[in-house]
Design a protein around this ligand. Sequence first.
Ligand SMILES: [Zn+2]
Length: 300
Amino acid sequence: MKNSVWTHILGNTWCLELHVTIPVFFLNSREVVLLDTGYADLDRPALLAALQEKNVTVRAVLGSHSHNDHNGSHAYFQKHHGAEIILQETEAAIVSDFPLMTAAYAPATAEELRRELPHLLLHADRTFSAEPQTLEIEGAAFRLIPLPGHTPGHTGIVTPDDVLYVGDAAVDEETLQKAKLPSTWNWMQDFQSKKTLRGLRHPAYILAHRGVRTEIAELVDRNIQDKLRRADEIADWLREQGPMTQNGVECLLWNKLGLHSQRFFPQVIFRRNVQCALEYLVRSGAVRWEFRNGTQYYSA
Ligand SMILES: [Zn+2]
């Protein structure tokens, strides 16, 4: 029976199987680098217990992207462990101020984000640009692979043991099945990044949602097919309806997808995801929009 949340992958690369999978690189017997930190509420207690079990502190956090299920404890470790927080420059900007955070969580306002996600506010200690590059932490070299689309600065991270953390660039079958609408900021870029990911060869891949794989190409194909199918399905639903406003589309998808959440944050994420999906459908030519009498209408 598995009595620990720790899974050893290769060399000094491990991961923690919590609500999300968090990769951990051991710099030495006392210090680790975390690649993301999971949810603040759901993951932090188990994460702290796991670190205590190994008697290690967090020397640095190297983040894949600024979504609340992956950066929930960045600020916590900066404050309580003196961890260096290292983020892609756009992702760092997003969490540096609540007005900028609206870029990731529109249509939520800055005030609503201050109320809902106060723990995400953070000033990164080091940032990196959106180019493939190597970054050193205490002499350990991590390779950075830009995989934008899920968020503007989403980044894949290769540990010194050649293990690739794909972040949210691909998810496992169970997550695909459960998701109602993908969280994708720019679908076109995301498709391109998935093709990039498909061509990368590593001995092991860590998925934030979730687990560890030794092969990724087939799963990436499944992720691409799943998104294309969802886009077709949304276009079909719009075709049945005739021209609709964005609110009309939100209402249509809310009902078609069988959503019920009364909570503020899932509603915000749903509305953001509808907007991003519509942008993709317009760019791909499946949906048109026109501005008539002060109102924007979408039709397929
Ligand atoms: Zn994400």
